[in-house]
Write a protein that binds this ligand. Structure first.
Ligand code: ATP
Ligand code: MG
Length: 290
């Protein structure tokens, strides 16, 4: 196949919790493709990429076997299927945790309390590995859905499942056991034998993804401050290289434009106010290209 004809085949979920988020993420990378719920394949209009829409359970195997070159799927599915794929990147969305839970009224003092018990799950491999690592001898009962009802119908003593808010567990009379077994989020996976042309397209894709992921960690910040506080202000907001400072028509005042990390954002705001900053405006950033 000539260089011009090569397309990177990407597998994404056909429908479900990951579908919308993956489509939005790809579109934010500037890649456009026709959206028609009934088709299982689509070609991007403006990027050498072909989409395959699959059940999420099937994505890791399709990527491992080369049916697709890359895929977007939950880390939980990658771990459960243990297929031979590279995890290229964590994508920062569809975050959830995988936890054990027991009936609210069960006395629970530690993992050894699960010895000899039956645990229902749709993720037997992840659970078996965790039990083995922690030397807990429990029986794993695999079911494909509605895991949370297993204890109340006498099918199991405990469950192991995906949790986001914990409200499903609570409404089924269960309490979550800490620590969390696995923290999951959507990941980009790739076949281990991409040729150089496929790899070049993947590099182009991850370059765009990095610009989005990087931007999510930062906010754009603008504010006015008394010119005499300049040194103090620049110490608080060093910027990516150095902040932009512009004079106002009243020379007693200046304005600063910069980016600030989301994590430390509120601490910075408190410090800025103490240094005399006023009229603080904060904006989301769409992309940062390094
Ligand atoms: P499919 O029909 O494709 O097999 P599914 O029913 O197995 O779909 P979904 O419920 O659509 O799966 O969930 C897809 C993925 O979304 C999960 O594997 C997990 O990574 C993530 N996920 C599941 N539940 C949650 C949640 N409550 N919060 C956030 N992410 C979640
Ligand atoms: Mg599935």
């Amino acid at each position: 196949m000539s260089k011009l004809d090569t397309k990177l085949k990407i597998a994404i979920q056909k429908s479900g919790r990951l579908h919308e988020r993956c489509v939005r993420f790809i579109e934010s990378c500037g890649i456009k493709f026709p959206k028609n719920k009934s088709v299982l394949k689509a070609e991007a209009h403006n990027f050498p990429m072909q989409f395959l829409f699959l059940r999420d359970d099937d994505i890791p195997a399709c990527v491992a076997e080369g049916v697709a070159d890359v895929g977007m799927v939950g880390l939980n599915e990658v771990e459960e299927t243990a297929e031979n794929v590279d995890i290229v990147k964590r994508l920062g969305f569809s975050k959830c945790r995988m936890s054990l839970a027991v009936p609210k009224n069960m006395e629970y003092n530690g993992l050894q309390d699960l010895s000899g018990k039956t645990i229902a799950t749709s993720y037997p491999r992840i659970l078996q590995n965790y039990l083995k690592e922690n030397q807990v001898e429990a029986r794993v009962h695999q079911i494909s859905g509605s895991v949370e009802i297993a204890p109340s119908v006498g099918m199991a003593d405990a469950v192991f499942d995906i949790v986001s808010s914990g409200s499903t567990l609570m409404s089924n009379g269960l309490k979550e056991i800490k620590p969390t077994v696995l923290k999951s989020e959507a990941v980009l996976i790739a076949n281990r034998n991409l040729d150089t042309e496929q790899q070049a397209i993947l590099d182009k894709l991850t370059f765009r993804m990095d610009a989005l992921l990087e931007a999510q960690n930062f906010k754009y910040l603008m504010f006015n401050f008394p010119t005499t506080s300049k040194e103090e202000i620049v110490n608080i907001i060093p910027g990516l290289k150095s902040p932009t400072i512009v004079p106002l028509s009243n020379s007693n005042w200046s304005a600063l434009h910069s980016v600030v990390e989301e994590d430390v954002f509120w601490d910075k705001i408190d410090n800025l106010k103490s240094a005399g900053a006023e009229d603080i405006i904060v904006l989301p950033i769409e992309k940062i290209i390094r």
